[in-house]
Design a protein around this ligand. Structure first.
Ligand code: UDP
Length: 237
C-alpha cells in the first residue's frame, strides 16, 4: 500500500500587479529554492502514488506586459502561473515606480544556466523542448559541458501546434523529466504550458523564449556591458 502523502507547506512570494500583470517578488536564489521545493514535493507525492500538476513559470519581460494589455487570455495565463519572474529591466523600473523593489532580473537566458547548475547538483532530469531542429541538442551539449553530471532526459524541437501534442507527450512520459524548458517564444510557449500543465509529467515547466539559441550560440546575446545596463533589448532590435 502506498504511504500517505503529506503536502509540504510552501511560502509563496509576494505577488504585485504592474499595470494589471502579475509579477512575483523573487530573485534567482528564491526562484531556485521554490523549484527545489516543487521537485521535492512532486517526488514525495509520486512515492505515495499522487500525481501533482506541473508548476508553470513565466519569465515576464516588458513585451509580456504590453501584450497582456490587449490579450486577456495571455493575462489570464500569467495570473494563473505558479511563478511570474521579473525578466527585464523595464519590469524592475515599472515596479519601482509602483513602490515595489524587485531585487534583480530573473531572465530565462540566465535562468537556464542557474537551473541546470542546480539540476546537476541535485540529480534532476531536464528536458529541452522547442527551437529549430538540432538547436536543443546543441544547447544540451553546451550545458552538460558546463555542468558535468547534468542529466538531459531528452531534447525535441516539436511544435506548439495541437497535432504535435501526442508525439511530445509520448517523449515526455518516456523521459520523465523534473524540469521542462519550453522554447517556443512568448506567448505561444506560455499558452502551451498552461494548456497542458495538468498532464505534463514534470515538476516545473518554464518558458525560456530564445534561450536555447543563445546557449547553442545560434543567436548572439548582447555584450555583457549592455546586459548590465539593462539594454539587451536594444541589441535585439
Ligand atoms: N520557436 C519554435 N517553434 C515555434 C515558434 C518559435 O521552436 O513555433 C522557437 C524559435 O526557434 C526560437 C524561440 O522559439 O528559438 C523564440 O525565441 P524568441 O527570442 O523570439 O522568444 P521571445 O524571447 O520573444 O519569447
Amino acid at each position: 500500500m502506498a504511504a500517505q502523502y503529506n503536502p509540504i507547506q510552501l511560502t509563496q512570494p509576494t505577488r504585485v500587479a504592474i499595470v494589471g500583470v502579475a509579477i512575483d517578488c523573487v530573485d534567482f536564489a528564491l526562484t531556485l529554492d521554490l523549484i527545489d521545493a516543487w521537485v521535492a514535493q512532486r517526488h514525495s507525492a509520486a512515492a505515495c502514488d499522487v500525481a501533482l500538476p506541473c508548476q508553470q513559470i513565466c519569465t515576464v519581460n516588458p513585451e509580456f506586459i504590453v501584450d497582456a494589455q490587449h490579450n486577456s487570455a495571455f493575462a489570464a495565463v500569467l495570473r494563473h502561473a505558479a511563478l511570474c519572474v521579473p525578466d527585464g529591466v523595464g519590469v524592475l523600473w515599472a515596479a519601482r515606480r509602483a513602490g515595489v523593489h524587485l531585487p534583480e532580473r530573473v531572465t530565462g537566458s540566465d535562468g537556464i544556466y542557474r537551473i541546470c547548475e542546480r539540476a546537476a547538483r541535485r540529480g534532476w532530469r531536464v528536458f529541452l523542448l522547442g527551437a529549430a531542429p538540432g538547436v536543443a541538442e546543441q544547447a544540451a551539449a553546451v550545458l552538460t559541458g558546463h555542468y558535468p553530471g547534468l542529466v538531459v532526459a531528452g531534447c525535441y524541437a516539436g511544435s506548439p501546434a495541437d497535432d504535435e501534442w501526442p508525439a511530445i507527450s509520448a517523449r515526455l512520459h518516456a523521459a520523465a523529466p523534473d524540469i521542462l524548458f519550453v522554447a517556443y517564444g512568448h506567448p505561444r510557449q506560455d499558452f502551451w504550458i498552461a494548456q497542458h500543465c495538468a498532464e505534463l509529467p514534470a515538476a516545473v515547466a518554464v518558458g525560456v523564449g530564445g534561450a536555447f539559441d543563445f546557449v547553442a550560440g545560434v543567436t548572439a546575446r548582447a555584450p555583457r556591458w549592455m546586459r548590465r545596463l539593462g539594454i539587451e533589448w536594444l541589441h535585439r532590435l
